[in-house]
Design a binder for this molecule. Structure first.
Ligand SMILES: [Zn+2]
Length: 78
């Protein structure tokens, strides 16, 4: 129960070239919403959204935060 095998893929960020990991669960989430899989690492995605937020940004972020807390923990100082 404490270990779940999840298939995923390693993606190279378009912006900074860093590799990041997209789990199958995350990929499915993007598929379900009819979105392309992310091509940028969480850090670059965040930076882009800040510069150019989509209209439903708040809704997307709220959902993404709930689903991928690890993405959003990065860079947050506590
Ligand atoms: Zn990046």
């Amino acid at each position: 129960m404490d270990r779940i095998e999840v298939k995923g893929e390693s993606i190279e960020c378009w912006d900074c070239g860093a590799s990041f990991y997209l789990t199958a669960e995350e990929a499915e989430w993007f598929d379900r919403r009819g979105l392309h899989k992310p091509r940028r690492c969480p850090g670059c995605r965040k930076a882009r959204h800040k510069r150019n937020p989509p209209t439903n940004y708040d809704e997307i972020i709220a959902q993404a935060k709930a689903l991928f807390p690890n993405d959003y923990r990065q860079g947050v100082r506590q």
